[in-house]
Write a protein that binds this ligand. Structure first.
Ligand SMILES: Cc1cc2nc3c(=O)[nH]c(=O)nc-3n(C[C@H](O)[C@H](O)[C@H](O)COP(=O)(O)OP(=O)(O)OC[C@H]3O[C@@H](n4cnc5c(N)ncnc54)[C@H](O)[C@@H]3O)c2cc1C
Length: 392
């Protein structure tokens, strides 16, 4: 049983305490207390029954979870945003409701560039509202012709006196259409990396339009188009040319937390599978008594435990050194999301026909987990990050 595993508010059962103990070494009492509080709250809040993204953000604010996304000076939980808080909370939410996890993650991802590079004025205007669930955030970098190749973006921000004019198209933007604020990455010069700048754009800005995209699992997402969208110079985050570094610093921070969400989802699938094989009888005995089933359960447990350790060690190292490690984050995200896919697929298989019935928990997880291997950098891109660092 992993420490991130939100299934057991009372702690890990005997016999599975080794991983728990190791994982606890990466967390301190503050994170464990947050985990216990979030587990109790999430269970009582019946998050899986709430399907309205805006309402979910309000609920997350009521539970005070969103405070983990911003620094204490702006209504947050700790002096600075701690990755271990985000990993603990995303595992708890991933276990209960992927949509709640998405809404939580986007409040963090869409506001973190402001935390990192905003002026005090920009921070004060946005971050307290993020923590209170009054402002919904989005992070807009992907374009139709620039996905994995982030530095290939073509959206332009052209200076015009005291403003910039934004023109271009973003796609696959979580919270498109419901966001109050978009952190938008756009080109202010031709240099591939140093020509990119970041801007905080209001959802209601003139010249900004959105179109929803429907995915295989619930997720508010769509395209965002800018046509002569005028924004003040004061909306720029940092200096001109800082955008690429800011985007990478944000993604290096949040990628590990995607792994945590995957751990939560995998832990849920494992729990559902264990419950099922104990009760489903075939050939005169419970499925759990067949060795093939036991091997499957053991491999699922090992996948969850290994993912937990990679996620927590990456989060711990980042919090302690305050230096994002692209390799740690890539390994945590890559391993945990791939492992979650395996675990959930096995859980479906162990459920037999019941596993693919619409509305079954493992059927829902099967659809929901797929995007995690794609967003915030595909699995292949994570491998390139790891290999390039080793071969440098
Ligand atoms: C649910 C969801 C939410 C998202 N939310 C956001 C968001 O909020 N904001 C945002 O900006 N973006 C968001 N995205 C976009 C996401 O980050 C991109 O989809 C992702 O980076 C991949 O880009 P792409 O879809 O263009 O695929 P492509 O880049 O076209 O890749 C297609 C395939 O080619 C592979 N590939 C590409 N380059 C290489 C290479 N050099 N070597 C080997 N293989 C390669 C990829 O791994 C992939 O398998 C979201 C996507 C999804 C699915």
């Amino acid at each position: 049983m992993s420490d991130l595993d939100p299934r057991s508010p009372e702690g890990a059962p005997p016999g599975a305490s080794r991983t728990e103990a190791q994982a606890t070494g990466f967390l301190d009492e503050r994170h464990l207390e947050l985990k216990r509080r979030a587990q109790a709250w999430a269970a009582a809040a019946r998050l899986e029954e709430e399907h309205d993204p805006r309402r979910l953000v309000e609920r997350l604010a009521e539970g005070e979870l969103l405070r983990a996304c911003v620094p204490a000076a702006f209504g947050g939980l700790r002096e600075r945003v701690e990755l271990r808080d985000l990993t603990v909370l995303r595992a708890v939410l991933g276990y209960r409701s992927s949509l709640a996890d998405t809404m939580f993650a986007m409040q963090g991802l869409g506001s973190y560039p402001v935390t990192l590079a905003g002026t005090d004025g920009q921070r004060a205007a946005l971050l307290p509202r993020v923590a209170r669930g009054e402002a919904i955030c989005a992070f807009a970098i992907t374009e139709p012709e620039a996905g994995s190749d982030v530095s290939g973006i073509a959206t332009r921000a052209v200076r015009d006196g005291d403003s910039y004019l934004l023109d271009g198209e973003k796609t696959f933007i979580s919270n498109a259409g419901i966001a109050d604020h978009y952190v938008v990455f756009a080109r202010t010069a031709d240099d591939r990396h140093r020509g990119i700048s970041a801007f905080c754009v209001e959802g209601g800005a003139n010249g900004l339009t959105t179109t929803p995209i429907e995915l295989i699992a619930p997720h508010p997402i769509g395209t965002v188009r800018f046509a002569g969208c005028r924004i003040p110079v004061s909306a720029r985050l940092g200096e001109e040319g800082d955008g690429f570094k800011l985007a990478m610093a944000t993604l290096d921070f949040f990628r590990t937390s995607v792994g945590a969400a995957a751990v939560g989802m995998a832990a849920r699938a494992r729990a559902e599978a264990i419950a099922r094989v104990k009760t489903r009888r075939q050939f005169g005995k419970p499925l759990a008594e067949f060795q093939a089933t036991q091997i499957a359960i053991a491999e699922m447990a090992m996948d969850v435990a290994a993912s937990t350790l990679l996620v927590l060690s990456a989060a711990h190292r980042l919090d302690v050194t305050a230096a994002p490690s692209a390799v740690d984050a890539a390994m945590a995200k890559l391993y945990a999301t791939e492992a979650a896919q395996r675990v959930i697929d096995r859980a479906v298989q162990l459920h037999g026909g019941q596993g693919v019935v619409a509305g079954a928990i493992v059927e829902r997880l099967y659809r929901e987990v797929r995007a995690l291997r794609i967003y915030e950098g595909t699995s292949e891109i994570q491998k390139l990050v790891i290999a390039r660092s080793l071969l440098r």
